[in-house]
Design a protein around this ligand. Structure first.
Ligand SMILES: Nc1ncnc2c1ncn2[C@@H]1O[C@H](COP(=O)(O)OP(=O)(O)OP(=O)(O)O)[C@@H](O)[C@H]1O
Ligand SMILES: [Mg+2]
Length: 238
């Protein structure tokens, strides 16, 4: 299965009769089976790029080519759970009855650290717990393409680290493609096979990261200089 190709994507929004350009000619290949990270400052157009790529919104111009069939799941910047459904029912929401393997769902809920909260409603969960339920819902669908918009931003350091590891494990086992938005340089360096830096609605630079994710140590000289390069050249605030 091939990937997704974005060709000269333009998008602007009308705000009080003013045309605000957000994406100004994005050219990007998102190969299948890779972990592609979109990195950029707040407001640079990351969520817009993800929404357009996933077909949730049309581009003004340009082309988005999906090669092959993809079973796609989204994790949005906010959890978007159904408030009237329990954690369990939210997680199985997109699944047919025949696809609802109890043991698998239970194990997934355990993986995201929500065992014991299966019957809780979203209003009874913390922000980070809601986000973890949303991640479990996306993974339960067993997608081959996962689009994630700052999914770990609401999590504490240790939970975040654990979820990053789990996501890398899932990606390795399922050979899935992941398009992952973050504004954290460290997170991009931990996860990405390729780090796509977006600035002012354009692809500023693409950094391939060759070291396998499980062997990465951000304190290694190579990673420190890569991080410095991203910060220095692109004026980032992590
Ligand atoms: N529906 C909309 N109507 C008008 N303007 C919008 C709309 N959606 C996004 N924008 C504008 O587009 C720009 C990019 O927004 P976007 O949400 O893509 O940024 P982002 O990179 O995801 O930021 P963050 O890291 O804060 O989530 C912002 O200036 C925002 O105000
Ligand atoms: Mg965003």
């Amino acid at each position: 299965m091939a990937g997704i190709k974005l060709k000269n994507i333009q998008k602007s929004y009308l705000v009080e009769d003013r045309n605000v350009p957000v994406l100004n000619g994005i050219d990007l290949d998102i190969p299948h089976g890779q972990f592609t990270v979109i990195l950029g400052q707040s407001g640079c157009g990351k969520t817009t790029l993800l929404r357009l790529t996933g077909g949730l919104e049309p581009a003004d111009s340009g082309e988005i080519l999906w090669e092959g069939n993809h079973k796609t799941a989204f994790v949005f910047q906010e959890p978007r759970l159904m408030p009237w459904l329990t954690v369990w029912d939210n997680v199985v929401f997109g699944l047919k009855k025949s696809e609802q393997n109890k043991e698998k769902i239970q194990s997934l809920i355990g993986t995201v650290g929500l065992s014991g909260f299966e019957k809780a409603y979203p209003s009874q969960l913390s922000g980070g717990m809601k986000q973890r339920a949303a991640i479990a819902r996306a993974l339960a669908y067993e997608p081959d393409f996962i689009m994630m918009d700052e999914p770990f931003a609401a999590l504490d350091y240790f939970t975040r680290e654990q979820m990053q590891k789990e996501l890398l494990r899932v990606q390795k086992v399922k050979h899935s493609s992941i398009l992952f938005v973050t504004h954290s340089i460290d997170e991009a360096l931990i996860l990405g096979d390729r780090i796509v830096v977006i600035e002012r609605g354009m692809v500023k630079k693409i950094y391939p990261v060759e070291t396998p994710a499980e062997e990465r140590n951000l304190l290694d000289d190579g990673f420190i200089s890569l991080k410095r390069d991203i910060i220095n050249n692109l004026n980032f605030i992590n």
